[in-house]
Ligand binder design. Structure first.
Ligand SMILES: [Zn+2]
Length: 351
């Protein structure tokens, strides 16, 4: 079933745009928001010739908000006694350009020294809910479907209108992973180039249908949820303890190409996977969730996946990337995929 999606774009006090997304029309009055920051140096990037990858330098990021209390949270709706990033007293979901971006569309104006290049791109913040508490897994299936629509439209805008080469929607969840704001939110990075790891994945998929092969060979023991349209599972190539993927059965370049049924089933399976991860040790699971979508030029051979990389491997133990992982890229995994899937399937969830 197709549903009417509503968007409303407004300009913030400092010129950044903000778009409300909803299954209902956003008609709340627009009030004052944060005043403009002083102009800071534009971000730049430099090529690392040994790693063969870009490094981005953005000094302005050091000034960003760090663990504010709920009363001064910049992602909450506007309050009568305090300004936030969101100049309205309620909303379903909102997305706006990051105040401290590592990549900017206007980075071409940066002052550069030899070897530096402008860090062209766009960094957006996605606020999942007006409610300061809670989590992505705690949102309704409908709200998660709205997130997929938001990812789809913002990604297409970055690629089609802004000419960016590659988009990465993601959520970093938990203090243990480095999150500095508790309000449920994610981000979308658009890059003017295709980052190395994302290029490797896109090229591997161009050479062979590797994601389809992974789905086809996944035994039932590794499957958490499966419907006619999609499935949630522990991949047999998991690198993180309790790693979970959600993918449509059909190869598709990104959320902009999902059928209504695929979107619904993936949203429900993502919610259930996140609730299983939170239930596993009875406390919020820190993780990185990425929506892996096709870079420009790889749409025909790409298979969209959602990948959750959790870092809690036992009730009181975190998985740190230590010497071997950091230096060689070889992961040492102490929770085998079958054991992870058994444990996750045994978590009682109410969804
Ligand atoms: Zn908040």
């Amino acid at each position: 079933m197709t549903r009417q999606l509503y968007t409303r774009t407004v300009q913030k006090a400092d010129g950044r745009d903000l778009t409300f997304y909803g299954w209902e029309k956003h008609e709340r009055p627009i009030v004052a928001d944060l005043p403009p920051l002083e102009a800071s140096a534009l971000p730049y990037k430099r090529w690392h010739p040994l790693r063969q990858e870009w490094v981005s330098y953005a000094g302005a990021r050091q000034g960003r908000t760090f663990f504010p209390d709920a009363a001064s949270c910049p992602l909450c709706p506007a309050k009568s006694d305090g300004l936030t990033e969101i100049p309205a007293d309620d909303f379903e979901m909102a997305v706006f350009e990051n105040r401290f971006p590592a990549f900017r569309l206007d980075a071409g104006d940066a002052e550069l020294v030899g070897g530096d290049e402008p860090a062209i791109g766009r960094c957006e913040v996605v606020v999942f809910s007006a409610d300061h508490g809670g989590s992505l897994g705690g949102q309704s299936v409908e709200r998660i479907e709205l997130l997929f629509e938001l990812w789809a439209r913002q990604a297409r805008q970055m690629m089609d209108e802004h000419g960016l080469a590659c988009v990465l929607p993601y959520e970093s969840r938990g203090e243990e992973i480095g999150v500095t704001l508790h309000h449920p939110h994610g981000q979308i990075y658009g890059f003017g180039f295709v980052p190395d790891l994302l290029m490797k994945s896109a090229e591997a998929q161009k050479a062979a249908p590797v994601v389809k092969d992974i789905l086809d060979r996944t035994p039932s023991r590794l499957i958490l949820d499966k419907s006619d349209h999609s499935m949630a599972f522990v991949p047999d190539i998991a690198r993180y303890p309790y790693e979970c993927w959600v993918a449509p059965h059909r190869g598709t370049p990104g959320p902009w190409d999902l059928s209504a049924e695929e979107r619904h089933d993936m949203a429900r399976q993502l919610k259930r996977a996140l609730l299983r991860l939170d239930g596993l040790f009875g406390k919020p699971m820190p993780y990185v969730l990425s929506a892996q979508v096709a870079p420009v030029g790889f749409e025909d051979s790409y298979h969209f996946t959602l990948q959750i990389w959790p870092i809690r491997r036992a009730e009181d133990k975190l998985k740190f990337l230590a010497s071997v992982e950091q230096v060689s890229g070889v992961f040492l995994v102490d929770v085998p995929p079958a054991a992870a899937a058994d444990a996750l399937r045994n978590v009682d969830i109410d969804a």
